[in-house]
Write a protein that binds this ligand. Structure first.
Ligand SMILES: C[S@@+](CC[C@H](N)C(=O)[O-])C[C@H]1O[C@@H](n2cnc3c(N)ncnc32)[C@H](O)[C@@H]1O
Length: 229
């Protein structure tokens, strides 16, 4: 049975959508880190999975010891993989929390952060929840900080709308993947003043489960259709 643990196997399949997406995400993480002034770098990752994007980008990075990160992941198996990977890479500032990433309380210790990761999220929640999550990024991200996000390009392609929502919420587009890529990836920098993060609130509602086959909708990466992620 496919689940969010085995979903990560796609990273080990050359040519899969998420295997192609990973280096692009990591490049954007490195670019975002390079914008942060000397000192502590704070990172929040919602629905972090096994943390392959952030942990891979930080391993060997000259500022890895500046990073204090909080990864929020519901599946304890994925969280354990992320914890071990972080420890193996000597990333003592990376904390992995098992919990519901929709709950704002998880982000209180580090918000507003220098970098917010919402990768593998927008393909698995409804449009209204994407809008709410984008808006909440104005409380999760510091002025000048970056949000990295992904969304598949299946029609109707919501990527342009997501970019518009970020702009309405005070963000400027830094980078957007080419529409011809088998994934959508955006980097938006926050130009506004962060709102206080509401405590005890929810950011999004139901998270759709991983798709098991070509006829099933919802999963951001569908194994049977590697051009989509
Ligand atoms: C599409 S995967 C993305 C994982 C990772 N961000 C990446 O891009 O490699 C979605 C992840 O969200 C996790 N997840 C699902 N619902 C969640 C929730 N309510 N809170 C936290 N994590 C959740 C799943 O267990 C899964 O690891």
């Amino acid at each position: 049975m496919a689940d969010w643990y085995t979903w990560h196997d796609g990273y080990d399949e050359p040519g899969s959508g998420i295997a192609q997406r990973l280096p692009a995400v990591q490049r954007q993480i490195v670019a975002a880190l390079s914008q942060v002034p000397p000192g502590r770098i704070t990172v929040l990752s919602m629905c972090a999975g096994q943390g392959r994007d952030l942990i891979g980008a930080l391993a060997g990075h000259p500022r890895r010891h500046d990073v204090v990160a909080r990864l929020v992941e519901l599946d304890a198996r994925n969280a354990e993989v992320a914890r071990r990977a972080a420890a193996g890479a000597g990333l003592s500032g990376v904390e992995v929390v098992v919990g519901d990433a929709a709950e704002t309380d998880h982000y209180v210790p580090l918000a507003p952060a220098d970098l917010v990761l919402a990768c593998g999220v927008f393909g698995n929640i409804c449009d209204e929840d994407i809008r709410r999550t984008v808006d909440m990024c104005a409380a999760l991200c510091r002025t000048g900080g970056t949000v990295l996000w992904t969304r598949h390009r299946r029609p109707p392609d919501l990527v342009p709308q997501i970019c518009a929502w970020f702009e309405e919420s005070g963000f400027e587009q830094v980078w957007l993947s080419d529409p011809g890529e088998p994934f959508g990836l955006g980097a938006h920098r926050f130009a506004g003043r962060p709102r206080p993060l509401p405590r005890g609130a929810r950011i999004f509602g139901t998270f759709v489960g991983p798709a098991l086959g070509p006829d099933q909708q919802g999963g951001e990466f569908r194994r049977a259709e590697p051009e989509q992620s």
